[in-house]
Structure formats: C-alpha cells, structure tokens
Design a protein around this ligand. Structure first.
Ligand code: FES
Length: 165
C-alpha cells in the first residue's frame, strides 16, 4: 500500500512523464519507461493516472489496464511491483535450461539466498525469472539491471553480484 507521500510523488512523476512525452496514446511506452525509471517500478495507480492524463475515458479505452500490464510485463525492463535496487532476471526457457541453466539457477538462488519473486531485506536484489531473452546461443543467460551476462557459470556469480552494491 502506498503512503500519501509516495502517492504524491507518483502523481508528480506520472505528470512529468506525460508532459515530457506528450498526452498521446502512442507515447504510452515512453511514458511507462520514464515512470519505471523515476519511480523504480510501475504501480497500478501509475497506469490509472497515465490513462487519465492520456484522456482515455472508460468507454473509449484504447488499451485496457490488463493489456497495459501485459505490455509492461513483456518489456523486461519494466516492473509492475516494487523491486530492490538491482533486479536479477534469470532466463528459465528450455535452451538455456539445458546449457547449464538448471545448475546455475540453483547457484543463483543459493548465492542470493532468494527464491524467484523475492527481494532481500536490504532491498539490494530482487530475483526474477524471465522467458527467452533471444540470445540462447550464449546460454545460460541472465540480466542484472541492464547488463546482460551470457555463458554464465556458477563460479562467476560472486564476482558478478559483487559489482552491484
Ligand atoms: S532460452 Fe535463454 S536466452 Fe533464449
């Protein structure tokens, strides 16, 4: 649940994003990216506010909230829930899985002491699984924030995660 202060900040962030990119439905993705960047993730309230500012009345919904969430989930860089300072996204699709992904996934969970969907108590890392990132040739693959790691082995994990404080 957002606090009053967070709500106010969120409204300001959404307004600034809409102002920057224009109150047009085709500006929706850049607006989402901006909100994601400035607020850290995209709460449902942000989508409601953005829709309002984009003049999408209920009876003329160009894109439904469910579709917007689907869209947001599709873009790996967008998050619809609060995350830690760094987000680890682990490819769980079959090609990566058979190239050492299964063992690597166990090692990632062990190293971070997290299960999929969890954030550590210090808000340092959030661990997520994602479907194929389109670079199966260098699997197993994981993303840490915007950094893509391929051919990852369990013994590399400590060094990789140490880069993210
Ligand atoms: S299966 Fe992992 S990147 Fe394609």
């Amino acid at each position: 649940m957002l606090t009053v202060t967070e709500n106010k900040n969120l409204a300001q962030i959404v307004e600034a994003a809409v102002e920057k990119h224009g109150a047009r439905p085709d500006a929706f993705i850049p607006i989402l990216l901006e909100i994601n960047h400035d607020y850290g993730y995209i709460p449902a309230e942000a989508i409601r506010l953005a829709r309002k500012l984009l003049h999408q009345p209920e009876e003329h919904v160009l894109v439904s909230e469910g579709q917007l969430f689907g869209l947001a989930s599709f873009y790996h860089m967008l998050h619809t829930e609060k995350t830690g300072r760094h987000v680890v996204q682990f490819c769980e699709s079959a090609p990566c899985h058979v190239q050492g992904g299964r063992e690597l996934w166990k090692a990632v969970q062990q190293t971070l002491q997290l299960q999929a969907g969890e954030t550590d108590p210090e808000d340092r890392f959030t661990l997520k699984t994602v479907s194929c990132l389109g670079i199966c040739g260098v699997g197993p693959v994981m993303l840490v924030d915007d950094d893509l790691y391929g051919n990852v082995t369990p013994d590399q994990l400590a060094n990789i995660f140490a880069k993210y404080e």
